[in-house]
Design a protein around this ligand. Structure first.
Ligand code: GAL
Length: 680
């Protein structure tokens, strides 16, 4: 059997428990036994099991219970909780508790400092300085003890390091560490000064100690390196914990961190390199689920390790931290769960199981209320548990394969967010503008690092890849030469790896492949008209005036209409053959309708097929089983009954019925299908 996770050196297929647990579909919740009398635990675990839950996550904020005073480590209670969970049929994921250093550890040496120079107040979370030696020593003690105690435990199948790393510390120690980081990277101040153009405004550094941590706007080179430094800092703290755990863990037991979708505080690709599994915490907050945007977040996280992921937290109805903490509609959380699975999630874990009587999150949604009885939402989770039980074997080990890749780059995101040039131009907004129309056609997308190899894809979309190193340009040009279709968009290829402008016109190293160069870019106050033979619409926010270089070969697909004089009748969107492939340059930010037309054209040109086409509001995605069998997950994201015409006869594994021709989906209905061609 091919596992989602590569087997370790000394691991065999039959090693069992932990490895199998990582690839099968799980339902679970975050549970905090430390909040409750031990006599209550069996009832909570019974209710979990009755909802067909299979996993429970514990421990991630329990440091003060695990170590009430320095060195007095007490893990017996957690051992008993893991054991009771196992007896109830649930495996455990344990979190290291470092996101919540206890009061005794929250000394001036450990507390982070905010950007106004004030120590962060104790009593919330993530209040530590990630470089604090005192924190590191205490982390070694508690994580080391957990590793000793639970590493060999067959009922612990995975570990989460810390919880949602997110803080930036501005203390003197971090500043000194930043200076050391820069010295390691640049070697000499001359080199740093040259890359950052520090003669500008007399920023020239003559001593490493002069270099500040940027607060607000600063030199673009400095700002970019600070983000890289924050990445390196959290990666080192995460690695410190991984190194304590790994030698003690049984083969196949995985280590993850729970990320927050598009959070840009650090480079998630770099952070994920040391992890076995990526996971993320999916909150809608206020309002409702938007499957085209949320699908991008799943595909993003699947791309961190280029394999299936876990939803480590999601809201059981409502949260407590928005202006209006509305509940999801009845049935909405169930389709959300299926939508995540359709995009490669192997687990859905609700946050949290039961409302704590005290603490900051008293009003957050839960499955069991303050009285200890199930809330109405519990029944929806139970229905989901029932669904999962029906298809667990079918989905075990299944993976997702796409012909289209969308490139994501943290450095380009940081660069643009640091200098937006148009207040409404956001890197992620722009990326989603390319994701949504592709996803709306049921075309599977891998969102991968701009550093990832792209050979094998038919279509690669590289939105606003402003930082274009020579390697990136060469890799993408090679992809096109080999027959790939590449889409470049506004702001591409302006800068080098140090956030300095390239001494060349856009798109830098991809100019020859694109067959055009950008003569000028314009931040737009008002939409400008664009038109071509098969597309008419507007460009908002941004427009680039293109000059055709390869006049014999470059096709002008769309031109700007009359507007500011500079853009009037100039090329806006082009396509250029290069090697065996083609490069589109999109110098406009089209309105949604025009963007859909453009994307439909490009997808068809690249020969990418949808996973069958469905009406609006219905999503169809495909996972491929270990034996090659195709599994289709079809989801009605709307609150009215819908019909889908299937191109083949199928078996619905949730209803255990055959479907011929038309599939009817109830409001928020889901079907898990295999083709009825003998292989189903
Ligand atoms: C997450 C966090 C959880 C819980 C949740 C509430 O960001 O990881 O511990 O606080 O938010 O929505």
């Amino acid at each position: 059997m091919r596992s989602v996770f590569p087997l370790g050196d000394n691991e065999t297929e039959s090693d069992g428990h932990a490895m199998n647990e990582s690839t099968r579909l799980h339902l679970g919740a975050a549970y905090y036994p430390e909040h409750w009398p031990e006599a209550r635990w069996p009832e909570d675990l019974r209710l979990m099991r009755e909802a067909h839950m299979t996993v429970v996550r514990m421990g991630e904020f329990a440091w003060s219970t695990m170590e009430p005073e320095p060195g007095a480590v007490r893990l017996d209670w957690l051992d008993r909780a893991v054991d009771l969970a196992a007896k109830a049929g649930l495996v455990a994921v344990l979190g290291t508790p470092t996101a919540a250093p206890p009061a005794w550890l929250s000394t001036p040496e450990v507390l982070a400092v905010d950007d106004k120079g004030r120590p962060v107040q104790f009593g919330n979370r993530c209040h530590y300085c990630v470089h604090s030696p005192e924190l590191h020593a205490a982390t070694r003690r508690i994580v080391g003890a957990m590793a000793e105690r639970f590493g060999p435990n067959p009922d612990v199948v995975g570990w989460q390091i810390d919880n949602e790393f997110n803080r930036v510390c501005y203390c003197d120690r971090c500043r000194a560490e930043f200076q050391r980081f820069l010295k390691r990277k640049f070697g000499t101040l001359d080199d740093l000064n040259a890359h950052w153009s520090t003669a500008y405004w007399s920023q020239t550094y003559s001593d490493w100690k002069q270099i500040p941590i940027p607060i607000g706007g600063h030199n673009p080179g400095l700002m970019l390196e600070f983000k890289r430094f924050v990445t390196a800092s959290y990666r080192a703290f995460q690695k410190l914990q991984i190194d304590l755990l790994r030698p003690k863990l049984r083969p196949g037991v995985w280590i993850t961190h729970n990320f927050m979708k598009w959070f840009d505080g650090y480079d998630h690709y770099a952070m994920s390199e040391d992890l076995d599994l990526a996971s993320w915490d999916w909150y809608v907050g206020s309002g409702h689920h938007d499957y085209l945007n949320d699908g991008a977040a799943h595909d993003l996280v699947r791309g961190f390790k280029q394999r299936n992921f876990w939803i480590m937290e999601t809201q059981p109805g409502s949260v407590n931290w928005r202006d209006v903490n509305n509940a999801l509609n009845r049935g909405e959380a169930r389709v959300m769960a299926w939508h995540a699975v359709a995009h490669g999630a192997d687990a859905i874990a609700y946050w949290q199981w039961r409302s704590a009587l005290g603490g900051q999150e008293q009003y957050h949604g839960t499955l069991v209320d303050q009285s200890g009885r199930p809330r109405p939402f519990y029944d929806e989770a139970k229905e989901l548990g029932d669904d999962f039980a029906k298809v667990r074997d079918l989905l075990a080990g299944s993976t997702i394969h796409c012909d289209t890749a969308l490139l994501h780059s943290y450095d380009s995101c940081w660069s643009i967010r640091g200098q937006k040039h148009h207040k409404e131009f956001d890197y992620i907004w722009h990326l989603l503008g390319y994701y949504r129309p592709v996803a709306a056609r049921n075309v599977g997308v891998d969102i991968v690092s701009a550093e990832a190899p792209v050979d094998g894809y038919a279509l690669v979309v590289a939105p606003a890849l402003v930082l274009l190193s020579e390697e990136r340009a060469a890799r993408l040009a090679g992809f096109v030469k080999g027959g790939g279709h590449l889409v470049l968009t506004v702001r591409t290829g302006m800068k080098d790896d140090y956030n300095a402008l390239l001494p060349a016109r856009q798109p830098g190293g991809l100019t020859e492949a694109a067959g055009v160069e950008v003569e000028e870019c314009y931040a737009l106050r008002n939409p400008v008209p664009v038109a071509g033979p098969w597309l008419k619409g507007t460009s908002t926010t941004w427009a680039e005036r293109l000059r055709v270089l390869d006049t014999g070969q470059t096709e002008i697909l769309v031109r700007f209409g009359a507007c500011n004089g500079w853009l009037d009748d100039q090329p806006a969107i082009t396509v250029h053959p290069y090697g065996k492939g083609r490069v589109y340059y999109v110098g406009a930010c089209l309105d949604a309708a025009a963007q859909q037309i453009l994307i439909d054209h490009i997808v068809a040109d690249a020969g990418v097929e949808p996973v069958p086409a469905t009406p609006d509001g219905i999503e169809a995605r495909k996972r491929t089983a270990t034996d090659g069998r195709e599994i289709f997950i079809v989801i009605n994201h709307e609150r009215e009954e819908k019909q889908v015409t299937l191109p083949w006869a199928a078996r619905d594994h949730l209803t255990d019925r055959d479907v011929q021709g038309t599939l009817s989906l109830r409001p928020y209905g889901v079907a898990v299908l295999t083709k009825a061609d003998g292989k189903g």
